[in-house]
Design a protein around this ligand. Sequence first.
Ligand code: NAP
Length: 478
Amino acid sequence: MSARAQIGVTGLAVMGRNLARNFARNGFTVAVHNRSFGRTQSLVADHGHEGEFVASESLEDFVASLERPRKVIVMVQAGGPTDAVISSLVPLLEEGDIVIDAGNAHFPDTRRREAELKAHGLHFVGTGVSGGEEGALLGPSIMPGGSAESYEWLGPILEKIAAKVDGVPCCTYVGPDGAGHFVKMVHNGIEYADMQLIAEAYDLLKQGLGASAAQIGEIFAQWNSGDLESFLIEITAEVLAQVDVETGAAFVDVVLDRAEQKGTGRWTVQNALDLGVPITGIAEATFARALSGSVPQRAAAAGVLQGHAGQWDVTDREAFIEDVRLALYASKVVAYSQGFDQIAAASAEFGWDIDRGAMARIWRGGCIIRARFLDRITEAYERDEDLPLLLADEYFTGAVGNGVPAWRRVVSQAALNGVPTPAFSSSLAYYDGVRAQRLPANLIQAQRDYFGAHTYQRTDRPGTFHVQWTTDRTEVEA
Ligand code: NAP
């Protein structure tokens, strides 16, 4: 077997197959392998004409067919199967070779694997790949971690197959070890928030206006030509316009209202708790999916818990639609601002030195959260790479600030009319919290000092203090 393939893909289910085709279509010679040979054979039989594939039945032949340093993409089921494939690969590889896990790994696993392979003299690149099966084939957003040295080999290949926006590839080096998979995880968390916010906007328009799915779809289609222009808004308009063939009803009206999840939203929230970063938009979106699936609780509450909500009577239809649009945009900026805070916190914690503006740039195409306003985020981090709060950037203070009265009207009207808007309202609460001159955390500190002698600091002089609550209640320096 001559070593002539520039890149290899092992794991040829839908994602691996499409990635391999993407490489081949872009002129690379691709080594392909799968545990069961049938998938490899069918890939070559169905798509062999699209480019140069080198098919191998054994892992040994697959590895032998690769140019050095070998670049092997593992695209198998996340978790145990990924570990199993990596273990089989390691003895076949040589120093300097690069193993790329392009599946949906949890970043602590990527950190562990990177350390293990480094001990063997191998590079391990955990890379986020977003865009689903279509993205894998036509151009995904790619978020590679691992060593900077490995990116020198891999970068030109990955950038060639990535989505392009204005000629710029949606792929860049993210940072060491687990940085790539971390950023992909936060991307997915933001996706959860974005979807929940859109769902709440749909519900508000439905309940406030009594509008049909098709009418709401038209509103979303209009929104897609402004600041909100994005893949998710675009597909929402299409989904809302869809008619169920069987019943003739709007498609969304026959879909059961229980949202599922694969777990990346949960990982994002768990990590945010570890880092102490408030990502309330993503958290509320994750919990909203959980609430929708809380079948016994919902059954127990239905018709029993009183709403005391009046009949919602929106008088100015156009003004209400504009209010919802502004509230959606503002809440969306909060969710992104929080997600970028999480990236900054992890970057500091793990020494990743992630360029947040570059992350916004590689999310502009190929991925689920691709959107016009990501350019604005890149510009904000170009103005100040250490920007402590995206919301405080000069562009976003104006863009969000102008919508605040509308945001308050929407959230308060929703509350008065008993329409749940966990993401809209928690985003507004975050906005008010982060801008507050003084928060009631002073009282919490005082309570903590009272029951647990946890001490506090004063506003008027430095130091750490404690009140002797159980004796004479005098203050002492701690
Ligand atoms: P999948 O269903 O997650 O996995 C199936 C593949 O894994 C098959 O090639 C299978 O081989 C192989 N496999 C399973 N256990 C194995 C083992 N112990 N040893 C060797 N091979 C094993 O495939 P997928 O849907 O294409 O997804 C691949 C990866 O991409 C996953 O990590 C998934 O989470 C991720 N993913 C990402 C996106 C995205 O948008 N980025 C979308 C979907 C999936 P056989 O054919 O022999 O069974």
